[in-house]
Design a protein around this ligand. Structure first.
Ligand code: V47
Ligand code: SF4
Length: 369
């Protein structure tokens, strides 16, 4: 039987650093991302995950609501967005969003995840009303809403600063920001795939401002398209650096590119299972200051999500209930899991399911804390 040691995989120096908790450099990151010995990288990531979380794997009872698919940006990797008036374009009123949330209400919901496109004419008032109505109707639920991209867009349209925009939304009920819209921070990639989207510096600045206001957030990387290894590592290091300053990121979620119905369909196949595991493991190792690595089962599939729990991931997101962004781009996963299915998925991977709230407090404690 052939067993690859860290030394054979030329990872002994990196393995020694991981063992002693020393921070990994960009060169270490490149070595990890380029080695053919994925199992060795996975074992290192699993060691770190185990050190941080032991047997616990987190999940949340959540619902996704995508209030509009109308977007001025039209990123080339996105199959979800439409131009205003284009066939398939939609915008839900606040009442329609609430009705949708009500229709999901089979039992308790800990979190609503509310995101959409950058709509050309929606005013700040719409978002304020949306959040305050959700807070009124679902006082027990946390509102994780609006990516950094949407925040910058809303503030720009309204002619107010990002800080003021965030403060007004927080007062209306915004609890935290999801991690979407980071894509890859590389200027080259953004020019090629999403030239109209906010810059990487702007994305990071929105997050820095949110964190300074006490609004926590997640962060993401969209991979499996035209990005290079160096650009992935640079992306991770820029997140790590902001986290050193602000401490506001709760979780990192690597998002696997789905090409169907996008402008890239036919040119790019999307990442393989091995690439998905590799990115998860390298992220766990490089992001030593971000507590959680989330595997979004919608994007990588249920079986691979189980494997991912041995490659650095400690969180499987949640029950979700309706997902439009990845399914528009050809995802074949279900759109929802029951609590039973999600806990079985975790147990089947040999871990202990822990229901959490958005801030990663065990859910049974949140009613009293
Ligand atoms: O911002 C768009 C990405 C993001 C595609 O914070 C695509 O907990 C794959 O950010 N293939 C939205 N990805 C989803 C997102 C998210 C999901 C789950 C949990 C959290 C969290 C955040 O999806 C977008 C964009 O980066 N995306 N098109 C596509 N074709
Ligand atoms: Fe708009 Fe987001 Fe789709 Fe880009 S990824 S086109 S910003 S909805």
């Amino acid at each position: 039987m052939k067993v690859v040691s860290f030394q054979q995989a030329s990872l002994d120096a990196v393995a020694a650093k991981v063992a002693s908790g020393e921070r990994l450099s960009a060169d270490d990151g490149l070595r990890l991302i380029r080695t053919p010995h994925l199992a060795a990288v996975g074992a290192l990531a699993d060691l770190v995950r185990d050190r941080l979380h032991g047997d616990s794997t987190y999940y949340i009872i959540n619902r996704h609501i995508n209030y509009t698919n109308v977007c001025v940006n039209r990123c080339r990797f996105c199959a979800f967005s439409r131009g205003e008036g284009e066939p398939g374009a939609y915008l839900f009123s606040v009442a329609e969003c609430l009705a949708k949330a009500e229709s999901f209400r089979a039992g308790r919901v800990s979190e609503f995840h509310i995101v959409g496109g950058c709509h050309p004419t929606l005013e700040l008032n719409y978002y304020v009303e949306l959040l305050s109505e959700f807070r009124r109707c679902f006082p027990e639920a946390h509102l994780q809403a609006l990516t950094a991209v949407e925040i910058a867009h809303i503030a720009g349209r309204e002619g107010i600063s990002v800080r003021e925009c965030l403060a007004r939304l927080r007062d209306a009920g915004l609890g935290s920001l999801p991690g979407g819209g980071a894509e890859v921070f590389s200027y080259r990639v953004r020019q090629e795939l999403c030239p109209d989207k906010l810059s990487s510096e702007e994305w990071l600045e929105v997050m820095r401002t949110a964190h300074s206001l006490g609004i926590r957030s997640n962060c993401t990387l969209l991979y499996g398209h035209i990005e290079r290894d160096e650009e992935v590592i640079d992306h991770l290091l820029r997140l790590r650096s902001l986290q050193d300053d602000s401490g506001g990121f709760l979780a990192f979620i690597p998002l696997a590119f789905h090409p169907a119905h996008t402008a890239l369909e036919g040119n790019i196949p999307g990442p393989t299972a091995l690439e998905k595991l590799r990115i998860l493991a390298v992220s766990r190792l490089m992001l030593d200051n971000i507590p959680h690595i989330k595997v979004f089962w919608i994007m990588i599939g249920l079986r691979l999500a189980q494997v991912a729990l041995s490659f650095g991931a400690d969180d499987v997101d949640g029950t979700v209930a309706e997902e439009r962004i990845t399914h528009a781009a050809g995802a074949e996963t279900p759109e929802a899991l029951t609590t039973n299915e999600i806990t079985q998925l975790i147990r089947g991977a040999g871990r202990t399911p822990v229901e959490r709230d958005t801030l990663y407090r065990p859910a049974h404690l949140t009613e009293t804390s």
